[in-house]
Design a protein around this ligand. Structure first.
Ligand SMILES: Cc1cc2nc3c(=O)[nH]c(=O)nc-3n(C[C@H](O)[C@H](O)[C@H](O)COP(=O)(O)O)c2cc1C
Length: 223
């Protein structure tokens, strides 16, 4: 797929068909995606690819944690958003709830949506992007971001959709236990991947972007 079209058409997919992604396709995606640059060519990324029974077991285990009200304990916690960032978060939530027909006070539907989220929106496969604790730092996180975007773009080439997801990693010890990964592997981000269900209402969402004039400062660039 042409680059500009790929960047413009990628969006988070929050509803999938149940068809699993062929392993050969996942391999191709990762082979190309790992051409991403990284500081000093350190390539700090490692991937855990989930599908089948392991993924089913993990979904149930994460759901159980959510339902029990266990406190999230991410390896890389995110600060609560404030100001304009919080405003954008609220706008995202409002747009999604509108498309899904979830009212402000509709606790039951909101809970069901949360549960769908911790099931990675029924994606048949999930890629967990991790790094070893030895190299774990903010710059490695940046490198993992680059490879993650490559994965999301490469997926389009195969008619696949993705959703980059922090929510799946709220309970990293559970993920490590079920996937048999040692505690030295730090879980940065999860990427849901599968064939998009384009009729699913949430997949119609095209999110806004701030205009360049509010985020760019030109210095010595006149033409
Ligand atoms: C680091 C990161 C974490 C994210 N975590 C979640 C998540 O847990 N659940 C979710 O539904 N979307 C998640 N997203 C998707 C964002 O909400 C989405 O990228 C943003 O709203 C812009 O929309 P777009 O991807 O459709 O362009 C995440 C994206 C990133 C980059």
């Amino acid at each position: 797929m042409e680059l500009i079209k790929a960047i413009n058409s990628r969006r988070s997919i929050r509803g999938y068909k149940s068809l699993p992604v062929p392993k050969a396709t996942l391999i191709k995606i990762l082979e190309i995606a790992t051409r991403a640059p990284s500081a000093l060519n350190s390539q700090p990324w490692e991937f855990i690819i989930l599908g089948g029974t392991v993924w089913d077991n993990l979904k149930l285990a994460i759901e159980e944690q959510y339902k029990s009200g266990a406190t999230p304990n991410r390896d890389f916690p995110m600060k609560p958003l404030t100001g304009v960032y919080r405003q954008r978060q609220v706008e995202l939530g409002v747009s999604l709830y509108q498309l899904l027909g979830i009212g402000r006070e509709d606790t039951e539907k909101k809970t069901n949506w949360m549960l769908k989220m911790v099931h990675a929106f029924d994606a048949p496969n999930v890629i967990i992007v991790s790094m070893d604790e030895e190299i774990s730092c903010d710059q490695s996180m940046f490198n993992l971001g680059l490879v993650s975007q490559n994965i999301a773009l490469m997926a389009l080439e195969y008619g696949l959709g993705t959703c980059i997801m922090g929510a799946l990693l709220d309970y990293p010890d559970i993920v490590r236990k079920i996937t048999d990964i040692p505690s030295s592997k730090k879980l940065a981000i999860a990427i849901a991947i599968g064939y998009p269900d384009l009729d699913f209402p949430a997949n119609k969402l095209i999110t806004e972007r701030e205009s360049l004039e509010n985020i760019v400062t030109w210095q010595g660039v006149d033409q």
